[in-house]
Ligand binder design. Sequence first.
Ligand SMILES: NC(=O)c1ccc[n+]([C@@H]2O[C@H](COP(=O)([O-])OP(=O)(O)OC[C@H]3O[C@@H](n4cnc5c(N)ncnc54)[C@H](O)[C@@H]3O)[C@@H](O)[C@H]2O)c1
Length: 347
Amino acid sequence: MGDQSGPVLVTGGAGFSGSYIVRRLLDDGYEAVIYDLGDFRPEARFVIGDAAGRIPLERGGIETWPRLFEVVQRYRPRAIVHTASVMDIGHLNRNPMIALTVNTGGAVNLMEAARLLDVGRVILFSSIAVHGQKLYEPMDADHPTIMARVGPLGAYGAAKVAAEAFAYAYHQSFGLDTRVIRPSALYGFGMSWFAPNYVKNVVEPALLGQPVRLASGGQVPRSYIHVADLAALVAALLAGPDDADRVFYGATDGPLRTGGDVGRIVQELVPGADIEIADAMTETDRAELPFRATLSIDQARAQLGYAPRYTNLEDGIAEYIERFRAYLAAGGTPAAAPAGLNAPGSG
Ligand SMILES: NC(=O)c1ccc[n+]([C@@H]2O[C@H](COP(=O)([O-])OP(=O)(O)OC[C@H]3O[C@@H](n4cnc5c(N)ncnc54)[C@H](O)[C@@H]3O)[C@@H](O)[C@H]2O)c1
């Protein structure tokens, strides 16, 4: 294993889950370095706090090998947490080479840099879209992904399952300590409008006093996970034992909840909110239904001591609301929704 005094490098650290991971790492006493194509989103800056001003944010694409290698060589991280990814699944389905070069190629670039520069542990963010269909419930990390007649969902899922396969290859060939987290429906303050579930589309307009009218999603069931719990899972996996499993779900166990549940919870928590979510399903919703399932986090509990805090959606959404209010009170500007946005799916 490499130098254990270096920082943890977080790709995508200027984005949603990356910013919570950076915050959590700092709280746990690690140094952090961010590698991201973009600058901090205002919400990410708020989540990280004053430290955002002093953490190195190295701009670059995960697909750009010389830049990525240069950064890993400069900081010699003890570990890498890889969250950066193109997430627009429609775009990736129309342009599968982007999924291959950026999402799979970027992950391989990171593992290559990690093995050449002796990085201790690499945690890759995958997705539940590695599954096309559930065979049993709760699904666990032994559940098949590529089967005789069903495979991962679209180019996004294909790129994720390919990156997972390379994680095994790097472990087998070089002993690189690669681990995988498959997040499910991730939510919380700072999520992007392109996040694959409806929570932002309900919480933020409702708090701003705007009517919420969603044309679909009321019946779509999801396994939600609050972003702070995902960051806690990353922390547990970083500190976890060498003989722990290689694949974990970023999920909260318990029953699936629907978009309609999200609407009802927000309605209750935000007095006067005007929310209507239709029961129709989009094409993507229907394509994803076969793999919507409860997910097991038993191995994370047993092997890593992971215990999610927001085990019910009510508490997690209440925290989102509280933090969004704090952001507004501190002068933060809510990001406007892109025109014609509908929830894109796959999470
Ligand atoms: N949000 C979800 O519900 C969900 C569900 C399943 C899996 N995931 C996975 O979790 C990870 C993080 O998701 P998120 O919601 O935090 O995403 P996000 O969009 O909020 O953040 C991603 C960050 O990556 C950066 N980035 C994008 N392309 C890049 C590139 N080519 N090189 C360098 N940086 C790049 C972006 O600038 C952004 O800061 C992704 O890998 C995603 O596939 C998310």
